[in-house]
Design a protein around this ligand. Structure first.
Ligand SMILES: *Cc1c(COP(=O)(O)O)cnc(C)c1O
Length: 509
């Protein structure tokens, strides 16, 4: 929620001259505390000018308020023939700013109120806020990106002004920064997470390490993209059951699935939790298998070797031979569109992936491979650079939500996730299990708590893989029947978190 304060609203308060001073003052501080109060950049000079000229004794008061306001952009696309523009150009610019940022306007100016759909009086604003008993959203991407809107606006302007949209400096710099963050030598930006995984396997084929018909071990409960990346390369996915405790691939069931055709293991750090174990590392070494990480859900997750605790902890995405990352908007590090990356320490693999993602070409119009077009673009890279700065802080906030849920949700029909190592979890999803899952989801919906199911149909039951429909993976199927994802994100506030817990604990036993 965002409210632009019209000049008269601010000046009435500064000059203590409004008829309902108390209400306006309360409203102002409520909006400032919530981060909902804004002005358009077009108002700044006029506000400062009037304060200095008419109320110099209150200049400090004004500047204190100004410092806490969000300054939002005034668009360049003005229509000087617009009705409001003809009546009052300043009001018109405020209205344009409000439209651009999906904000409302608070004003006492009768003319502005009469000529704008977005303007409301302070009293109307109060009523609006009281009636706005919001649902607890599963994930508010708008709120997440709003937090960084100034930096994001700046980064998009930079790309716009540069005139360079693909294969430029933003991507190059992001790749360097992200490789540094994950702890690998190489990072290659690609178009999305599915392509990142497809390209890794495709590169191994081009390099002669994998061949059509080779087998790749993959967890049976994962988002379908992990498996699509394998079959797209005409490799054969071999599904392995997860553990019902961690919901990650069960490392004691991997070895029996290995055949002479097995060439790799794709682990998926599902829900934001590290799926890697020492045992998986040992199996890869013993059978000479490539370890590929699907790190779409676990940016920032840290793995600590249990036996060598003082050894430098490593991030998921740097634990195997190569990793695919997705920056789909809803992921912990999310772009504003599709985006992805491959990380690896293998220079040859990075080179082949980069070529494959660019028509199989390393030199313009010279094609060494039958590649595809899967590039990260400059705008997405520029946005990701902004958000990467806050990733650790955001993940910490997710952990705090998870911590509160784990401590306070108490219900005999709800099984909470088991967390053994807090660093090894970034809570992309907070999954609970309940044998009465569908009833629980309906109950939460009725009480204004949005939930989702990750995922309702296991890959082996999908029409896309008809040939597997009769196979049985009882633990995977149990998870798909019982799992429910609670709202979790870096922008949930305390009252929302508490309300989710209260509503859950009140569920009929
Ligand atoms: C999101 C996701 C992907 C695919 O990423 P896209 O960017 O949407 O293509 C792959 N694997 C997992 C586990 C995911 O959650």
């Amino acid at each position: 929620m965002l409210f632009i304060l019209d000049n008269n609203f601010v000046l009435d308060l500064i000059a203590r001259r409004s008829s309902n001073f108390g209400l306006q003052l309360n409203l102002l501080y409520f909006l400032l505390d919530k981060g909902y109060a804004a002005i358009s950049s077009s108002q700044l000079h006029n506000l400062r000018y009037v304060v200095m000229r008419n109320y110099p004794q209150y200049e400090a008061d004004y500047l204190e308020i100004e410092a806490r306001l969000r300054i939002i952009k005034t668009p360049s696309y003005v229509d000087l023939n617009h009705k409001l523009a003809i009546i009052d150009i300043e009001d018109y610019l405020i209205e344009l700013s409000a439209k651009a940022c999906n904000a409302k306007i608070i004003t006492s100016d009768k003319q502005f109120l009469a000529n704008s759909e977005l303007a409301m009086t302070p009293v109307e604003t109060f009523n609006y806020l009281i009636n706005e008993h919001r649902e607890i959203e599963f994930l508010s991407l708008k709120r997440i990106n709003d937090k960084y809107s100034v930096d994001i606006e700046h980064s998009i302007d930079r790309v716009l002004a540069s005139g360079w949209y693909l294969l430029g400096n933003e991507v190059k710099t992001f790749e360097k920064e992200y490789a540094g963050y994950i702890g690998t030598t190489y990072c290659v930006g690609v178009a999305n997470g599915l392509d990142a995984l497809r390209l890794i396997l495709r590169a191994y084929k081009e390099m002669g390490i994998m061949h059509e018909g080779d087998e790749i071990i993959v967890p049976a409960n994962t988002y379908i993209a992990s498996i699509l990346a394998i079959t797209d390369n005409k490799l054969v996915p071999v599904l392995v059951e997860p553990s019902i405790e961690t919901l990650e691939i069960n490392d004691t069931k991997i070895e029996v699935a290995i055949t002479p055709k097995t060439k790799g293991i794709m682990i998926v750090h599902l829900y934001g939790q590290c799926a890697y174990t020492e045992k998986i590392g040992e199996i890869c070494k013993k059978y000479n298998l490539k370890l590929i990480e699907d790190n779409a859900q676990a940016h920032g997750c840290v793995y600590t070797e249990p036996r060598t605790r003082n050894q430098e902890p490593r991030k998921t995405g740097s634990l195997g031979d190569a990793a695919g990352h997705s920056f789909y908007p809803g992921k912990n590090l999310g772009a504003m569109g599709d985006a992805g990356a491959v990380t690896t320490n293998n220079g040859e693999l990075a080179r082949v992936v980069r070529a494959l993602a660019n028509y199989g070409s390393e030199k313009k119009y010279v094609n060494n491979y039958q590649g595809l077009n899967s590039r990260l673009d400059e705008i997405q890279a520029a946005i990701l650079r902004v958000k990467l700065n806050y990733l650790d802080e955001d993940n910490e906030k997710r952990r705090n939500v998870a911590h509160y849920y784990l401590e306070n949700i108490k219900h005999p029909d709800i099984k909470l996730p088991v967390v053994t190592d807090w660093n090894a979890h970034v809570f992309h999803i907070f999954p609970i299990l309940s044998p009465r899952r569908d009833a629980l989801q309906q109950y939460l919906t009725e009480n204004g708590v949005q939930t989702l199911i990750h995922y309702p149909i296991p890959p082996h039951k999908q029409l896309a893989y008809k040939e597997w429909n009769t196979l049985s993976f009882p633990i995977t199927e149990q998870i798909h029947n019982e799992v429910l994802s609670l709202p979790i994100s870096q922008v949930m506030n305390t009252s929302e978190i508490e309300r989710v817990v209260e509503i859950l604990n009140d569920w009929r036993r």
